[in-house]
Design a protein around this ligand. Structure first.
Ligand SMILES: NC(=O)c1ccc[n+]([C@@H]2O[C@H](COP(=O)([O-])OP(=O)(O)OC[C@H]3O[C@@H](n4cnc5c(N)ncnc54)[C@H](O)[C@@H]3O)[C@@H](O)[C@H]2O)c1
Length: 340
């Protein structure tokens, strides 16, 4: 298949590009590089032994997207392009709705124009909000607690209406849990611009000496180690989940929503311990009060992904930590090694 990945040079997009390309698909990337670097393209070329076409554009440039869909005879689109920082979305909701919702509408307009009607959408477990029960299954009520989550839910709703309007659409919204880790080569991984918002890149930067300590917000939750627990999923498992969704769509029309998680949750201290064991480094910790809006614990019901997509997450916490660290080391960020 010829597959367009919007946001394809970002964290999850680049790993999915590897999985799809190695499975024999023709992959085309489109990105405006607002949260990624063009250097990802060289690193992808190293992994794949060939260059992937990449168009520098904003997904809101409908005409450009339309042209790309035609030129590369695209069969399916995976829509990763979006902004993802919860706190930024609270501070600047218009930015998030403009990028995530307007961006998706622009993409759908282009796809409709060219009659490309197969789409996988990057949604998030954030759409569920406060758990009424756990694990979250796909029927759990949705009540996002911030504009970021709201933007994802709005797009899911647009996609549901679209599929109901035209039976040719094949759409899967994948609700990701907490992606971590990196490709086994260490060449690509999570590279946030500035101070990381997510736990794993933050831990990595503390371990490498770039940041002084890890803040832990709340150690008095009713969880095993008192810290917040999340369902961390290896980014390569997640990438494989996208290919599974495309295969499912090949034989199933309509719109679908599926969780991608492991079904297990881990606390911050568990991650820190695993990291310290792997790197042999001590991660200085600083405990701080709970943050408003943080949930104590959540994790995925994974049955639907298994049943429909024939997909389960295979990689464990050690592999998540090891690959994150390898990526960090290869990027040459590890301080102090040469001085010691
Ligand atoms: N990483 C997570 O924790 C997580 C969890 C749930 C859902 N998601 C969703 O998955 C998708 C990919 O996430 P990621 O972690 O790879 O993030 P990322 O920031 O690494 O990748 C997103 C990519 O999209 C590009 N982009 C953003 N807006 C664009 C636009 N308007 N036009 C063109 N390109 C644009 C960015 O430059 C970046 O390369 C996002 O939609 C995100 O909301 C991520």
């Amino acid at each position: 298949m010829n597959i367009l990945l919007t946001g394809g040079t970002g964290y999850i997009g680049s790993h999915t590009a590897v999985v799809l390309s190695q499975a024999g698909h023709e992959v085309v990337l489109l990105d405006n590089f607002c949260n990624s670097s063009p250097s990802v393209l060289e690193r992808l070329e190293k992994i794949l032994g060939k260059a992937l076409p990449c168009i520098e554009a904003d997904v809101r440039e409908t005409d450009v997207v339309e042209k790309v869909l035609r030129e590369y005879k695209i069969d399916a689109v995976i829509h990763f392009a979006g902004l993802k920082a919860v706190s930024e979305s609270v501070a600047n909701p218009v930015l998030y709705y403009a990028n995530n919702v307007q961006g998706s509408i622009s993409l759908l307009q282009a796809m409709q124009e060219v009659d490309v009607k197969t789409l996988v959408f990057s949604s998030s477990a954030t759409v569920y909000g406060e758990p009424q029960y756990l694990p979250y299954d796909e029927d759990h009520p949705t009540k996002p607690m911030n504009p970021y989550g709201q933007s994802k839910l709005q797009v899911e709703e647009i996609l549901r209406d679209l599929a109901a309007s035209d039976s040719k659409w094949r759409i899967t919204s994948l609700r990701y849990f907490n992606p971590v880790g990196a490709h086994e080569s260490g060449l690509i991984g999570e590279e946030p611009n500035g101070i990381p918002n997510n736990l794993m890149p933050y831990v990595v930067k503390v371990a490498s000496g770039e940041l002084p300590h890890l803040n832990i917000f709340g150690d008095d939750y009713e969880t095993l180690d008192g810290t917040g627990e999340r369902d961390y999923i290896h980014v390569m498992d997640l990438a494989e989940g996208h290919m599974a969704a495309l295969h499912f769509q090949n034989v199933n029309a309509g719109s679908n929503v599926v969780n991608l998680g492991t079904g297990k949750s881990s606390g911050v201290l568990e991650i820190v311990k695993a990291f310290e064991n792997i790197t042999g480094k001590v991660i200085p910790l600083q405990f701080a009060p709970r943050r408003a809006g943080d949930l104590p614990i959540y994790f995925a019901q994974t049955g639907l992904a298994k049943e429909q997509l024939h997909w389960v997450a295979k990689r464990n916490l050690i592999e998540m930590c090891e690959s994150s660290w390898k990526f960090q080391e290869l990027q040459g960020h590890v301080k102090g090694e040469s001085e010691n």
